[in-house]
Structure formats: C-alpha cells, structure tokens
Design a protein around this ligand. Sequence first.
Ligand SMILES: Nc1ncnc2c1ncn2[C@@H]1O[C@H](COP(=O)(O)OP(=O)(O)OP(=O)(O)O)[C@@H](O)[C@H]1O
Length: 258
Amino acid sequence: MTQTSATHSPSATADGIAARARALTKTYGRGATEVQALRGVDLDLPAGRFTAIMGPSGSGKSTLMHCLAGLDTPTSGEVTVGGQQLERLDDTALTRFRRDHIGFVFQAFNLLPMLTAEQNILLPIDLSGRKLNASTQHRFDDVVDVLGIRERLGHRPSELSGGQQQRVAIARALVTEPDIVFADEPTGNLDSESSREVLDFLRRSCREFGQTVVMVTHEIDAASYADDVLVLADGQIRAHLERPTSETLVSALQGVRA
Ligand SMILES: Nc1ncnc2c1ncn2[C@@H]1O[C@H](COP(=O)(O)OP(=O)(O)OP(=O)(O)O)[C@@H](O)[C@H]1O
C-alpha cells in the first residue's frame, strides 16, 4: 500500500505504518468442523489513512479486524500496532495497550446510558487514570467541534438521535489520540443522511487529525469514502483499491465472487 504524507499523525511510527500483519492465520475448531478464517494475510496500514475492509459474508473481515485490534488471538503470524508486536503482550498488558492505543466504534454505538455525552467521551481518559490536562482538554474541544456535538454534551444517549450517538462514540474513540481506530459496520444502524455524516467525520478525522481509521463494511457507498479498500475472500486479501469509486468496488466484489 502507498505511504502516507501524514507523518504528523499520532499513529505514525518511524516507517509511517500504523498497523502491520504478517502471515496471519486464524483457524476455528478442529477436524470436521475446522474453519480457516484467515489464510496468510500480509498488510501494512499506513498512518493517517482511512481504510475499508470489504468482502462476502464469511470472508474473514471481522476475524481480521479482531486480530488487528488485539481482541482475538491469531493461530499464527504477527500483528504490530503503533510499533508494538501484540503477541509479546500478556493479557493484562494487552488490555492496557488496547485501552491506551486503540479506539473502537461499533454498529450498536455502545454508549453507557446513565452517562451524559461528555462523560461518555471522557470515559477512556477516566479509565486510564489520566487527568484532564490542557492537552487532553484541547483534544476534547477539537474533536467535539469537528463532530458538531457541543450543544449535546449534557444529554444522555437516549436523548440523542442515532447519528448523534454515533458521533459521540466517534468522539470517544478519538479523544485519547489512539494509534488506530477500528470501526465495525459504523453505519449499520443509521439512515442514509446520518450515515453520510458519520462517514464524512471518519474521513475528516484522518484529514484533520492524521488519525488512522480501519472500517469493516458491507456497503459500497460507505467504502467509497475510504482512501483504500481491501477486498477479502476466503480469508485472503484478493484486491487493494486506492481512491475507490462505486464502479471499481462493484467490479472488485464481482471479481472475488466469480
Ligand atoms: N468463533 C467462531 N467459531 C467458529 N467459526 C467461526 C467463529 N468466528 C467466525 N467463524 C467462521 O470464520 C469465517 C470468517 O468469519 P468472519 O466473521 O470473520 O467473516 P465476515 O467476513 O466478517 O462475515 P460477515 O460479513 O457475515 O460478518 C466464517 O466461516 C465463520 O463462520
């Protein structure tokens, strides 16, 4: 994949790669029920870019994302995020690494209902035991303004629309300046107008904050917001599209289904 110019990114290691996988395999079950979900995936995710992962159902998208995010353990191979090889961390260190270096955005928003939007956004900072200093306050203000949710900070999730809840979830993922943000079908529960907004914010977080974002999606419209699209089939990367359009995506997906 191409190198990025966004070397100011918080996720930029010396070589400008935010996350890397080498010879990644994942096998579920044994014998007759064995499934090879990943069959030797090599990838470099350049810092500061928005990458979408697409592919038919069962092609290994979620498994790949979970292995890259340290939520699942590969059967073999290596994953490096922000220069840290994940296999070298024990469970406690991995949990801490995820909290401090990785942001998550889920289809179901996963906000805590009893907390206000502001408290939800600041939760990762509270959990890490960090104080809200001038630098984190500055980041909080930047993120809240880019996402346009300042007027909603005192509201609880139940008082927000789906699109607003997802914006709060994105703010929560961005506030700690993680090495990488993983978004799992982030527009799956949104109408088309809110989806466009959320995708635009994910793209702007790359442009304006140099954030690295990886998104799993089934939707061609959503993937066309990305800088790069990786197309998976049968646990392998079959295509890499730069600056995808709806036409190139349809053709790539037809290619792997054929
Ligand atoms: N915990 C598990 N135990 C056994 N098999 C699993 C498990 N998780 C996933 N698989 C299998 O691994 C393969 C890849 O699954 P994965 O969920 O990664 O695909 P996907 O591309 O994300 O699918 P979808 O688009 O339907 O969400 C599938 O054949 C799936 O049935």
